[in-house]
Design a protein around this ligand. Structure first.
Ligand code: NAD
Length: 496
């Protein structure tokens, strides 16, 4: 395994190489327009890299390259060869993980503590999909058609996949799409978020190093327009999208042109429900980190914290105290628990919700923006914030803030909290803390969300499906169902 200093040198070499260019057909190329944008370190506001600003013309080139690879060399890879390649890629990722983790820390501000800790998840995802690569198969299905006609199904890769990712977990979210695509034999055009493109570009290089044929994974950095061009492209067979519900709706519209397959992992406003009979000491840190981790920039964050009346005041105060004690600062400092938000735009958005919460009459229990001239004042920092006495109709209880802000609501009983939890348009995650099995069952059955965690929150595993109900999207990532999202089923009838 590479030492920390080697990784640091490698990252510096990657950043010093000049303009970070697109990766198309195994080659680094500038955007056809020659345009670039800059990537900013959100902890300091300083420019860290100049990046090619791809647009529809570059998407066109990348899709052509992906199509050529899909029909050419990649289609001749046997399942065992795709598996071996994915296992090699997992080893290469593991070897270079320090570099990748520090690129994400620099690019989007997640603390090193967090980006380093995602090593097992990232490498584990690729190993999981490697396992599935050899177990994809159709079925022999007896039919009742007169005569002796034999019928069976074959699973075939959908083809060229456009993978569009957000900024809140750049590396792992890209791997979550590339893994199943490669396991099934698809090819990919990856369009990472403009706020955090660096680790995706480096990942493209590492895939080539692992032996992936040129064109199987192409990386086009750019803004929303590049994503829109991919979503509308006639020769793209599927879009795997993670991002906001608003952009998800645009992708649905854009996909209509060629009726492409879609999987959409969208926003959330997840309920986290604490009953008075729960192990409250265990629940406090989990309820706090269910929102404060990654400075609240996690889609399944438990941002609507419902606490039963009898323990409301005590519990909410403890969560606020936990938040206040978190170390917030330079994310590259391995002791820091929280870094900045990703961008100035996101800071403005979150600051707007901090004002809205107070205007609507919620009680601010610490947190908020750092005082001026503090060590945090050059970056896009928000301190872990808890709003108490929040009511269902307030904006901070309904809208996704995507910052370290908890909205704490009171509830009386299970029926009351389930009904209120389900009023959200979103349906991504949900959590419940109780010592009563009957209450846990009632809540897990009642919540209309894609995941429900009991006496824990945000447990994730490559084998367990994750995804949304309602406006949090459709399709599942992880688990066998994920691989199905990248496959077509062909029925074959043989009259022998
Ligand atoms: P976003 O929707 O603004 O952007 C996501 C990606 O879409 C970016 O690459 C962007 O360039 C691209 N894009 C923008 N306009 C587009 C268009 N018209 N057509 C196609 N692509 C376009 O999201 P964001 O602000 O980067 O990320 C935060 C959002 O992502 C939050 O809503 C969060 O809940 C969601 N998210 C969901 C999950 C999940 O698994 N459900 C995981 C992480 C993040």
């Amino acid at each position: 395994m590479m030492s920390f200093n080697d990784a640091l040198r490698e990252k510096q070499t990657f950043l010093r190489e000049g303009e970070k260019r697109l990766l198309i057909d195994g080659q680094h190329v500038s955007a056809a327009s020659g345009q670039t944008f800059t990537s900013i370190n959100p902890a300091t506001g300083r420019v860290i890299a100049t990046v090619s600003d791809g647009d529809a013309v570059d998407i066109d080139r990348a899709v052509a390259s992906a199509r050529k690879a899909f029909e050419g060399p990649w289609s001749r890879f046997k399942p065992a060869e795709r598996q071996a390649l994915l296992l090699r890629l997992a080893d290469v990722l593991d070897e270079h993980y320090e570099e990748l983790a520090s690129l994400d820390t620099l690019d989007m501000g997640a603390p090193l503590l967090r980006t380093r800790a995602s090593r097992e998840r990232a490498v584990g995802l690729i190993r999981y999909y490697a396992g599935l690569a050899m177990s994809i198969h159709g079925e022999t299905i007896p039919n009742s058609v007169p005569g002796d006609i034999f019928s069976y199904t074959v699973k075939e890769p959908v083809g060229v996949v456009g993978a569009i990712t957000p900024w809140n977990g750049p590396l792992t979210l890209a791997l979550w799409k590339i893994g199943p695509a490669l396991a099934t034999g698809c090819t990919v055009v990856l369009k990472p978020a403009e706020q955090s493109p660096l680790s995706s570009l480096r990942l493209g290089e590492l895939c080539l190093e692992a032996g992936l044929p040129p064109g199987v994974l192409n990386v086009v950095t750019g803004r929303g327009g590049a994503g829109a061009a991919l979503a509308a492209h006639h020769d793209v067979d599927k879009i795997a999208f993670t991002g906001s519900t608003r952009v998800g709706q645009k992708i649905i519209e854009a996909s209509a042109g060629n009726i492409k397959r879609l999987s959409l992992e969208l926003g959330g406003k997840s309920p986290h429900i604490i009953f008075a009979d729960a192990d409250l000491d265990a629940a406090v840190p989990v309820a706090a980190m269910a929102v404060f981790a990654n400075s609240g920039q996690i889609c399944s964050a438990g941002t609507r914290l419902f606490v039963q009346e009898a323990v409301y005041d005590e519990f909410v105060e403890k969560v606020a105290a936990f938040g206040n004690a978190l170390r917030v600062g330079d994310p590259a400092d391995p002791d820091m628990q929280l870094g900045p938000l990703v961008s100035e735009q996101q800071l403005t958005r979150v600051a707007g919700y901090l004002r809205a919460g107070q205007d609507e009459g919620a009680t601010l229990l610490g947190g908020g923006l750092p005082a001026g001239q503090s060590e945090l004042s050059n970056g896009f920092f928000v301190r872990p914030t808890v709003f108490a006495n929040v009511r269902d109709e307030m904006r901070i209880a309904r809208e996704e803030i995507f910052g370290p802000v908890i909205s704490a609501l009171r509830f009386s009983d299970a029926a009351n909290v389930i009904a209120r939890a389900n009023t959200s348009d979103f349906g991504l995650g949900g959590g419940v803390w109780t010592r009563s099995l009957a209450t846990a069952q009632q809540v897990t059955r009642g919540l209309r969300t894609g995941s429900v965690w009991v006496n824990c929150y945000q447990a994730m595993d490559p084998a367990v499906p994750f995804g949304g109900y309602k406006m949090s999207g459709y399709g599942r990532e992880s688990g066998r169902e994920h691989v199905e999202e990248f496959l077509n089923t062909k029925a074959v009838w043989i009259n022998a």
